[in-house]
Design a protein around this ligand. Structure first.
Ligand SMILES: [Zn+2]
Length: 450
């Protein structure tokens, strides 16, 4: 159904590396001629990029920081090469759903879109979806196009599988097209899906409503998630809920997605690591502070290099994740191409609250793993809105489940981060107000820094 020089990735490391090096040597020639940002940067640094032809030599190039892309995203687009204009037609633009105030556009050309379809087919193959899958796309419609909703639909097209989109999200303008929560739950039941695909906390909410209404999803066998960390508590909760409404075992298939990839790294089996589904298109590295590759299996900063792209092209681009990578073939499925065997969180999410350095990732983890909470949001603000010199306050807004006790949450948080929070009960809509983004806004820092 598809053809690629690397087949289904059950190839030796040497075969995959030599294919990646062939792709890299073509990619750098295009970059040297037609990439506004890198051609200028490397000229200034005196680096002859078109000479790079091995993955070892790639290590000599400086890393690319997210801030460089955010500053001028258009400078990261290749200019069309003469005679190959068709490859450079803009197919779509997505916006990275980061925490920055201005979402960053990532450009896909008609050439890149074909690559994305290949990556999506491989993802499906690795996680165990096929053309018999009936997929419920539970990602929201966002104001800025996001890869999650789009690519789930594209994946179904490429697989020959059927898909229904839940169409959650917020309407604007004069178009009322999104569905309300109850409609989405009914639609999910009516279409009898085998796969629910979306953000874990939202899928949990839909499943809870299906279960509490006494309805069934009898053939559900997979929950495919990305967009938020799927903690062990979340995985357990999703599995229990799903199996309570299905007649079969349900697999939770986690994925590490990135707007810069337009696909996700996926597990073949739980615990097998996040496989690069398309080593023809991306090379993954784990780097130390100096941009050198760490020894295989050690923790480093995840960087991606595009090997065969025409729109936005990035070299050694830091995604902001701490990871351990192996290039060995997977013990479970035999596939090679690079796997993230452990994800060690995001980088640099610390802030000071009342003078104390607080690890926001730890705070998020504590809340995400508390199964009595359905949704949460953290706000760091001044005690008095009119007095910018008043004390910092940490407010945690929660949508409680039936067994939730707010004073327990305050105790749990103050034990974890040594700051006593104010816990406030809110509705889900109060947390999911920012429909620009795929995810709920988890952290708001509204202190005045001016
Ligand atoms: Zn595997």
């Amino acid at each position: 159904m598809y053809n690629s020089p690397l087949g289904d990735l059950r190839r030796s490391i040497d075969e995959i590396t030599s294919y990646q090096e062939l792709a890299l040597s073509k990619m750098v020639k295009l970059i040297a001629q037609n990439h506004p940002h890198y051609s200028k940067k490397f000229r200034e640094l005196g680096i002859e990029i078109s000479d790079i032809s091995t993955l070892a030599a790639l290590e000599s190039l400086p890393i690319t920081e997210k801030s460089e892309l955010v500053l001028n995203p258009d400078n990261f687009r290749l200019k069309p090469a003469a005679g190959a204009e068709d490859e450079y037609v803009i197919w779509d633009i997505v916006y990275s759903a980061g925490t920055s105030s201005s979402p960053t556009p990532i450009y896909q050309t008609s050439y890149d879109f074909r690559g994305i379809l290949l990556a999506q087919i491989r993802m499906a193959e690795i996680r165990g979806m096929d053309n018999r899958s009936r997929i419920m796309n539970l990602y929201p419609i966002t104001t800025h196009p996001h890869g999650a909703w789009l690519r789930a639909n594209n994946a179904a097209a490429a697989l020959g599988a059927s898909i229904t989109a839940g169409m959650s999200g917020r309407d604007f303008g004069s178009f009322e097209l999104t569905r309300k929560s109850a409609e989405i739950v009914n639609l999910t039941v009516d279409t009898n899906p085998t796969v629910l695909w979306g953000v874990p906390s939202y899928i949990r909410e839909v499943l809870s409503k299906v279960a509490s209404s006494g309805k069934k999803l009898p053939e559900l066998n997979m929950i495919a998630v990305s967009g938020e960390p799927c903690t062990s508590a979340m995985r357990k909760s999703l599995t229990e809920l799903a199996e309570s409404v299905s007649n079969t075992a349900v697999k939770v298939s986690d994925s590490l997605g990135a707007s810069e990839l337009q696909c996700g790294l996926v597990e073949c089996e739980f615990g097998s690591g996040f496989h690069n589904p398309a080593p023809e298109l991306f090379f993954l590295e784990a780097l130390d502070q100096n941009g050198r590759r760490v020894a295989e299996g050690e923790i480093g900063s995840l960087a991606i290099t595009h090997l065969d792209r025409r729109g936005t092209v990035l070299l050694r681009y830091l995604l902001g994740d701490k990871v351990q990578i192996t290039y060995k073939n997977c013990e479970d499925c035999g596939r090679g191409g690079g796997r993230i065997v452990a994800h060690k969180g995001r980088e640099g999410r610390f802030t000071k609250i009342r003078g104390n350095l607080v690890n926001l990732d730890e705070l998020l983890r504590v809340l995400a793993e508390n199964t009595s909470i359905l949704e949460f949001q953290i706000e760091i603000h001044k005690q008095s809105k009119t007095d910018s010199l008043s004390l910092d306050e940490l407010t945690i807004r929660i949508v409680p489940g039936p067994s939730c006790n707010t004073s327990d949450i305050a105790d749990q948080v103050s034990k974890a981060i040594k700051i006593k929070p104010v816990v406030v009960v809110v509705s889900r809509e109060e947390i999911w107000v920012n429909e620009n983004s795929l995810k709920a806004t988890r952290i708001i820092d509204s202190r005045d820094y001016s």
